[in-house]
Design a protein around this ligand. Structure first.
Ligand SMILES: *[C@@H]1O[C@H](CO)[C@@H](O)[C@H](O)[C@H]1NC(C)=O
Ligand SMILES: *[C@@H]1O[C@H](CO)[C@@H](O)[C@H](O)[C@H]1NC(C)=O
Ligand SMILES: *[C@@H]1O[C@H](CO)[C@@H](O)[C@H](O)[C@H]1NC(C)=O
Ligand SMILES: *[C@@H]1O[C@H](CO)[C@@H](O)[C@H](O)[C@H]1NC(C)=O
Length: 878
């Protein structure tokens, strides 16, 4: 009894205590901050520079409620400190990391990522926080050697040192055998020791974007490793690291963008792979047949290598495969339906830029539903394969250059309601395009085909519409029917479009590139162009536009190119043109402009091409050409910062060409290519300009081409004309220039084209490198000129002549006509693309929807990027 009573009393006491303690804890809302830890945190805070008030909550008594802190619910100790600036550099902490942090004796997880600790090493005291399980120091501006003290953190499970400037790791780090996740990417590490193999519990290892040239044989086996990333290093072989180790459980292997060469490795050493990325290496030989044994494979990316031979049929066994990328190799032969016999789950297929033939019967029923299909440069034609009709989820379809020569079937436009990207360029596809306004198309490139009829109505969300080089005809007034808020790139050039250009451009507030060139448009240039606030390039050459340039155009402050050459524009060159100070290319060639060249034009200091030729201008030339800083410098204002502009991720700008009809480049190709940067040209020819050549011209020492011919210029040729040392072409013919030819002209090293004919020049032609090599016709029609290649001057006639006949001495230069057009056009296009994105790339980058969308179509961007790189390297080589 007694004992029972005692037990009952004991029980009551226990219950009361429990209840009381519950009341105590819950009544006091939350756990209490431990005072010593609060002091430590305040001291830590005092070491930091907090310009953005990230730590403004670090004041109250209750430190567990401070920003970035988490306390244990039971003990009140701080267990998590997370100051990882998720606001993306807007709230960066700076300053010193104080060792008072070690007072947080139960701290489990420390995250100081995305701050700026000023380029110092990691403070050693962190190594004494032995209880730490997670340490994240991503992108915190730490440098140098990782302190050996970190090797004391034996409880660590995750360590993230990525995106700093570390150069070496202490050997103590390889004692951290509990590590499950190690992230070292984006540093400057060069080597790893074999002891990396000690980390037997490692599941994820990211070594990408370092300077590893080779990897060691491992001391142990990373048998638990699931993910290994090594992209963007300098690995040149699949060393012992791979060949002698066991990677039984490895699921993700990313070796992209290294320098791996030779045959592809035998992948049977990685039986569990689900994702294999070998893109951007230099693997040669065939794709191994054994690839079909990687039965878990979901993503296989072998693009941008030098693989040869045919696509192995065993790929058709990969029933889990979702993405197959084989583009940019040298694969040959036919891709047949057996290649896809079991790939039921395929979502993304890119076999572009090989020499593959699509040998699939038109009525095939594929086992998959693709979302993304890129067959660029495969031989697909002559018809559209009917089986495309079954692919109702396609978001991306690229059939660029696939030898399709027949009419586009009706179903093409309606098969997939989610189609966002459609490229059919470089085929011979005919037919009309139906109303697309209710489709999802955002990017459509139909260029270089034979489409005819009216231009289609396209959807409100379209951003890139490229219809150039087709046979579209009739009016384009349909573009006014709906707003096109997202339209950025609109190219209708080289069609048979006609009538007036409608005045509704306020409906396209995002338009940055507009090309209406080479059609038969007429009437005035619409006033509403002034609403195109972000317009960068306006190309309207070779049409029948009349009237004046609209005043509203001065509002397009980002314009870097106006090309209205070959129209019937009248009036004067507006003075407001001087307000468009991003301008690089101004082409008014071949219109009926009269009056003067306004001085304001000299405000356009970035000008590279000024072509006012074949008009009716009758003033003197303003003497302010020293203001064109770009023409005075080597610089081509190419902004490499955006050299892979997001907007080109589809490869959509590939055909951006600045068509410049006036070049008459002659000369030796090799010579020209030496200077091939970006064309720098001034052409004021065929006007009625008077007065003399302004002295400031000589400042344009990087000008390539100057044409002042067919005016009424008088006075002497400026004496220091030789300062324009990059001139490839100088035409001053058909003026009334007098005096002698300045001797400085001989200083121009290479001058393939010179024409001084039909002036009033006199005296002896200076002898020098070039001037004697031109045809006599270059100097003809100047009564007073003499000397080689013209007949001898009277004062020299006593000496024996080395020249028999002026024509006999003729240099071949004039006879060799080179087709530099292509080079020039391409280089213009490049400068334009780069410059363009330099100007407006930044605000375009801000749009989050775009980022998401481009993320989806990422691979296409690399395609374009590689095209650029290939082009640039080819260009350099020549
Ligand atoms: C503490 O309690 C809160 C709310 O009850 C809970 O959300 C949190 O996850 C707990 N923290 C720990 C470390 O258990
Ligand atoms: C931590 O590591 C360093 C260097 O590896 C060592 O000298 C030191 O004794 C260790 N400290 C503690 C507290 O274990
Ligand atoms: C040269 O350009 C500057 C603007 O960069 C302008 O202020 C100045 O007036 C220009 N000079 C002439 C002669 O037009
Ligand atoms: C200069 O321009 C005129 C037309 O205005 C053209 O006939 C001539 O060929 C040009 N000169 C050169 C060297 O291109």
């Amino acid at each position: 009894m007694i004992s029972k009573k005692r037990i009952a009393i004991k029980f009551v006491v226990v219950v009361v205590v429990v209840v009381l303690s519950c009341v105590f804890v819950s009544g006091d809302a939350r756990v209490r901050c431990i005072e010593s830890e609060r002091e430590a945190l305040l001291s830590f805070k005092n070491g930091l520079i907090d310009e953005h008030g990230v730590l403004s909550s670090w004041q109250s008594d209750e430190c567990c409620e401070w920003h970035g802190l988490e306390c244990s619910n039971t003990t009140g100790h701080v267990i998590t400190l997370q100051l990882n600036n998720v606001g993306y550099f807007e709230g960066q902490l700076k300053g010193e990391l104080r060792s008072s942090l070690v007072e947080l004796r139960r701290l489990n997880s420390l995250d100081l990522s995305r701050n700026d600790f000023g380029g110092v090493p990691i403070p050693e005291f962190i190594g004494s926080m032995k209880q730490l399980r997670h340490l994240y120091l991503f992108s915190s501006n730490f440098v140098g050697t990782v302190p050996p003290q970190l090797g004391n953190l034996t409880n660590l499970k995750s360590l993230d040192l990525s995106s700093n400037a570390f150069v070496s790791l202490p050997h103590q780090l390889w004692n951290l055998t509990n590590l499950q996740s190690l992230d070292l990417r984006l540093n400057y590490f060069v080597t790893l020791p074999p002891e990396l193999g000690n980390l037997a519990n490692l599941r994820s290892l990211d070594l990408s974007s370092n300077k590893f040239g080779t990897l060691p044989p491992l001391s142990g086996n990373l048998t638990n490793l699931l993910s290994l990333r090594l992209s963007f290093n300098f690995l040149s072989s699949m060393s012992a690291f791979f060949l002698d180790s066991v990677f039984e459980s490895l699921e993700t292997l990313d070796l992209s963008y290294n320098q791996l060469n030779g045959s592809m490795p035998d992948l049977r050493a990685f039986p569990s792979l689900t994702k294999l990325d070998l893109r951007g290496n230099n693997f040669t030989g065939h794709i191994p047949l054994t690839i079909g044994q990687l039965s878990n494979l979901q993503v296989l990316d072998l693009s941008y290598n030098s693989l040869e031979g045919s696509v192995p049929l065993s790929i058709g066994q990969l029933s889990n495969l979702q993405s197959l990328y084989l583009s940019y190799n040298y694969l040959k032969g036919s891709v047949s339906e057996s290649h896809f016999s079991k790939v039921d789950n395929l979502k993304s297929l890119d076999i572009s830029f090989n020499s593959l033939i699509l040998g699939i019967p038109s009525d095939w029923s594929p086992p998959f539903q693709l979302e993304r299909l890129n067959l660029g440069k495969c031989n697909v034609g002559p018809y559209f394969p009917k089986w495309f009709q079954t692919q109702t989820n396609l978001a991306y379809l690229n059939l660029n250059g696939t030898n399709i020569t027949h009419e586009a079937p009706r179903w093409l436009w309606s098969t997939s309601s989610s189609l966002q990207y459609l490229c059919l360029s470089d085929n011979q596809i005919s037919g009309t395009v139906p109303n697309l306004s209710s489709t999802s198309i955002e990017h459509m490139d139909l260029s270089y085909n034979q489409f005819s009829g009216r231009i289609p109505l396209f959807p409100v969300n379209a951003s890139h519409i490229q219809l150039s080089v087709n046979m579209f005809s009739g009016s384009i007034s349909s573009i006014c029917e709906t707003p096109h808020d997202a339209l950025e790139h609109f190219d209708l050039s080289n069609n048979q479009l006609a009538g007036e250009v409608p005045d509704c451009w306020e409906k396209m507030p995002s338009l940055s590139y507009l090309n209406l060139a080479s059609n038969t448009f007429s009437g005035e240039i619409p006033l509403s162009f002034g609403n195109l606030e972000v317009l960068v390039a306006l190309q309207m050459h070779r049409n029948g536009f009349s009237g004046e340039l609209p005043f509203s155009l001065r509002l397009c402050q980002y314009l870097i190119m106006i090309d209205v050459g070959g129209n019937e524009l009248t009036g004067e060159i507006p003075t407001w043109i001087g307000q468009l100070n991003a301008m690089r290319v101004l082409n008014f060639r071949g219109n009926q402009l009269h009056g003067s060249i306004p001085r304001e034009i000299c405000n356009l200091t970035l000008l590279q091409v000024l072509d006012l030729s074949i008009n009716d201008l009758s003033s003197t030339i303003p003497d302010c050409f020293s203001n064109f800083t770009l023409l005075a410098s080597e610089s081509i204002t190419v902004t490499y910062k955006y050299s892979m502009p997001i907007g080109t991720r589809y490869g959509g700008y590939e055909k951006w060409e600045y068509e410049y009809s006036s070049f008459q480049w002659k000369g030796k190709e090799s010579e020209y290519r030496k200077n091939l940067g970006l064309l720098k040209l001034i052409d004021l020819s065929s006007n009625r300009l008077i007065g003399s050549i302004p002295k400031s011209f000589s400042n344009m020492s990087y000008l390539n081409s100057l044409n002042l011919s067919r005016n009424s210029l008088t006075g002497h040729i400026i004496p220091d004309i030789g300062k324009m040392k990059m001139l490839d072409s100088l035409d001053l013919s058909h003026n009334q220039l007098s005096g002698s030819i300045p001797t400085s002209l001989t200083e121009i090293q290479m001058l393939p084209i010179l024409d001084l004919s039909n002036n009033n020049l006199s005296g002896k032609i200076p002898t020098g490198t070039q001037l004697q090599t031109f045809k006599a016709s270059a100097y003809a029609g100047n009564d007073g000129l003499c000397g080689d290649p013209l007949p001898m001057c009277p004062e020299d006639s006593v000496r024996p002549s080395s020249t028999t006949d002026p024509e006999g001495n003729m240099n071949e230069k004039d006879d060799i006509v080179f087709s530099f057009m292509q080079e020039v056009v391409i280089s213009m296009a490049f400068g334009f693309i780069f410059g363009f994105w330099g100007v407006i790339g930044s605000f375009i980058l801000k749009r989050s929807w775009r980022i998401a969308f481009f993320g989806l179509l990422d691979a296409a961007g690399d395609w374009f990027y590689v095209r650029i790189v290939v082009f640039v390297s080819k260009w350099r080589r020549s």
